[in-house]
Write a protein of this length. Structure first.
Lengths: 395, 394
């Protein structure tokens, strides 16, 4: 049992923070013209040089197999420094889906290019019901004699513009047969694909992508012609865990900046921090940051061990970190007063980042209901969570 | 980073489970399950203390030189968790965990020889005489007077909120021996035999209907000076050490988990009556388990990073604050889960059937409101967190 980061992980954290502090210095970042592309090409190449684009990927393609903790450590630094590149969408989701579901030929064709930063793959996925992140995809796929046809409304895709590839999830429900979920990997410049540029609440370039009516060849299918539901849910769960680490980084930075601000801002003859109400709120924020980090560690360790249901692990950490993010982001703005509302300080950006976090992949309330139902059905909560050593363990 | 139990820890856990299987009988489990007060009654905990004591496991956090088993903090965590999950009675902490470390650190050789073996054998039942009507969070404002008379102190005054003083034969108390200088400098730590003439214990009725706390009156009680721990006027140091040690050595998640299990049993009982959990109960359940799993990780991670008897530092206040609030949310989840059943005031208590089990949840919820008040109120903990964590840079 070892509950501190390894030397390697510590090194990753510090080198990430060093680089991102330089590249994402806040006032310089504000002045940077927004990229018309789905990401900043120069920064994406820097990420490639640092090995980050292959961080969670298999070593045979140039990746580092860093696992959920290693990936989380990087995301935490990205959250702290308000990175607006579509790393979660293109690496943690798309690249990992290719790694898990792709045929050996598909993996060989796409992954080395992704790791080297030559190609970027965006993910076009939305659950059919906004009430559950684990629901089947909104897009549907119809099997044709010589391929597939996609049907469905536009999808909001992070990092879409300029992406070399587009990964689309679809539900496949042939009459009288077991169907399931299929994943399709398309060329980003495929004719028939339409992109309307957009942006996420936390400043990541995105687009509304229309796939309706697209005719696909059999080669577009990612992996074999069988249900990809379990893989999709597991990778989405891993991405939720990674996004919680990012939120930890953001909320901790917001908290630290709020402590610093209240210590120097004077009103009524003293620093704001000396008012007990203010110091108690800062204490509550500190507790949230501490707990959020522990929740992320537990979730990542569970994912790495593979001994708990991935969707439940993801829902658990989202329920916890989501509520912490909500509290810290609000208090950070509140304790700054009016200036906390302006774009001049990072606080507003942290508020947008943490708001986007809760909107991405389902918010804490939604996950609480889903988690509660699963827990009551499973009974695993009757045992210790940290000392459990296997899925089949009983007292 | 990993949560794996190595061979030694896995073997240790197997030993503990075997011990529980062989020694924890159903009547003790039922007794603990139906307990709604803060501690089980002595007739429940007493037999369990004796069993643990014979095995040498009654004082897992004591140093080896005083009879402790020499476990690492992680082993302690595992032991406490297995006991709680098996439904073992809660060990009464006043002697083992609160006064014993003070005697070890500040006591004379004679005091150690007189008191520690009896505590280790579970022969004394202790209560804590700290708070007074005029001194709660502001404990240093206490006024119970100890006036020197030959080789005795004559004690006059009163203590309040004294948990299970009606069962105790010993009390550790803070008394005032001086009024010069800072109020803290006039406080002295004494050990009081509850059978001394002049001591009166009066029950206080609290909202859950359990008899937990009391007022204790001292009318010219003669306490031997040889029962003073540390120097006269050194009581505040002892008290700070006790509170810091208790906060640091506390392992809360096992009992939080067993409390949640009780709520789970109540949900099962409701299902047997044809009531499935509503969606708001499902959502509250999800939130509470997410909180408890996180807390457990934070606590285990803290224990894994310290040596035995080492204080974990400022995070101890975070753990104490969160444990008390989590205790309350679990209790509230309980009344939420039983719906309209929570409207019934349970007259019949302590009976081991569905109705008896369901009847524990309302009193437990009412009693749980005290958890953010005693042992350092939440507002005090927040102030400590602000000082030691938020403003630690200077």
């Amino acid at each position: 049992m070892r509950l501190i980061l390894s030397e390697e992980q510590e090194l990753l954290a510090s080198s990430a923070s060093s680089l991102l502090q330089k590249e994402y210095e806040f006032q310089a970042q504000r002045k940077r013209a927004p990229s018309t592309d789905g990401c900043d090409g120069r920064i994406w190449r820097l990420f490639a040089q640092m090995g980050w684009l292959g961080l969670p990927l298999p070593a045979e393609f140039g990746g580092f197999e860093a696992g959920s903790v290693g990936t989380g450590v990087l995301l935490e630094a990205m959250g702290r420094h308000l990175v607006v590149e579509p790393y979660l969408a293109c690496v943690v989701l798309s690249a990992c889906l290719i790694a898990e579901q792709g045929t050996p030929a598909q993996r060989q064709e796409w992954l080395p290019g992704i790791v080297e930063g030559r190609r970027r793959v965006a993910l076009a996925h939305a659950p059919r019901s906004s009430g559950s992140p684990w629901d089947i995809p909104a897009t549907s796929a119809v099997r044709l004699r010589d391929g597939w046809r996609l049907e469905g409304g536009p999808l909001f895709v992070e990092g879409a513009v300029g992406a070399g590839g587009l990964l689309v999830t679809a539900r496949f429900s042939p009459p009288g047969e077991a169907g399931g979920i299929r994943l399709f990997l398309l060329d980003g410049a495929m004719s028939g694909l339409r992109f309307e540029p957009a942006m996420t609440a936390d400043g990541i370039p995105a687009a509304d992508v229309t796939v309706n009516g697209l005719q696909l060849k059999p080669g577009h299918l990612l992996g074999t012609d069988s249900d990809a539901g379990a893989v999709l849910r597991r990778v989405c769960a891993q991405a939720i865990v990674a996004s919680c680490w990012e939120a930890c980084g953001a909320m901790t930075a917001a908290y630290e900046q709020t402590v610093a601000y209240t210590l120097q801002r004077r009103q009524f003859g003293q620093p704001l921090a000396q008012f007990q109400v203010v110091s108690h709120r800062l204490a509550e924020m500190a507790v949230c940051c501490t707990e959020a980090r522990a929740a992320c560690e537990l979730a990542s360790l569970s994912m790495e061990r593979g001994d708990a249901e991935p969707c439940m692990v993801a829902s658990t950490v989202k329920v916890k970190v989501g509520r912490c993010a909500d509290y810290v982001s609000k208090e950070a703005v509140q304790l700054h007063g009016a200036i906390g509302m302006t774009n001049e300080l990072p606080i507003a950006s942290y508020f947008r980042k943490l708001t986007a976090f809760n909107a991405r992949g389902g918010g804490p309330q939604l996950h609480a209901r889903s988690l509660g139902q699963s827990l009551l059905a499973s009974g695993t909560w009757r045992q210790s969570r940290t000392l459990a050593q296997g899925r089949t363990e009983t007292a | 980073m990993n949560l794996d139990l190595d061979e030694d820890l896995a073997a240790f856990r197997a030993d503990v489970r075997a011990f529980l299987r062989d020694n924890l009988d159903e009547s003790l489990q039922q007794g603990q399950l139906l307990t709604t007060g803060i501690y089980p009654e002595p007739e429940i905990s007493g037999p369990w203390h004796a069993i643990l004591s014979r095995r040498g496991w009654l004082a897992p956090a004591w140093p080896v030189e005083y009879g402790g088993p020499g476990w690492s903090p992680v082993q302690r965590f595992i032991f406490e968790m297995e006991c709680a999950l098996a439904g073992a009675p809660l060990v009464h902490p006043m002697g083992i965990r609160l006064v014993a470390p003070v005697i070890m650190k500040f006591g004379t050789a004679a005091q150690k020889a007189q008191y520690l073996p009896r505590i280790l054998r579970g022969e004394d039942y202790w209560c804590q005489g700290f708070s007074e009507p005029g001194a709660g969070s502001d404990l240093a404002a206490l006024t119970t007077r100890a006036a020197p008379d030959g080789d005795h102190y004559v004690v006059n005054g009163s203590k309040i909120w004294t948990t299970q003083a009606h069962h105790a034969n010993q009390m550790f108390a803070l008394v005032r021996t001086g009024n010069e200088g800072r109020k803290q400098d006039g406080i002295t730590f004494v050990l009081v035999d509850m059978n001394l003439p002049g001591i009166t214990v009066r029950p206080i009725a609290t909202m859950g209907g359990d008899h937990d706390v009391n007022e204790v009156f001292f009318d010219n009680v003669r306490v031997p000076m040889s029962h003073r721990v540390g120097p006269e006027g050194g009581g505040w140091e002892c008290a700070k050490y006790l509170l810091e040690f208790e906060r640091g050595a506390g392992i809360f998640s096992p009992r939080l988990r067993s409390q949640l299990k009780r709520v789970g049993l109540a949900i099962d009982a409701m299902a047997r009556r044809g009531h499935a959990p509503s969606s708001d109960v499902e959502a509250a359940f999800g939130e509470t388990v997410a909180d408890l799993d996180t807390f457990e990780m934070l606590e285990l991670r803290t224990q894994a990073r310290i040596r035995p008897q080492q204080s974990p530092g400022p995070v101890a206040s975070v753990l104490k604050l969160r444990a008390s609030r989590l205790r309350q949310s679990i209790a509230q989840l309980g009344v939420q889960a039983i719906g309209a059943q929570a409207l019934r005031w349970p007259e019949r208590r302590g009976v081991a059937d569905d109705e008896g089990l369901l009847g524990t949840l309302l009193p437990d919820y009412l009693n749980s409101r005290a958890y953010t008040i005693f042992g350092g109120a939440a507002e005090v903990q927040l102030g400590i967190i602000a000082k030691t964590i938020c403003f630690a840079g200077g």
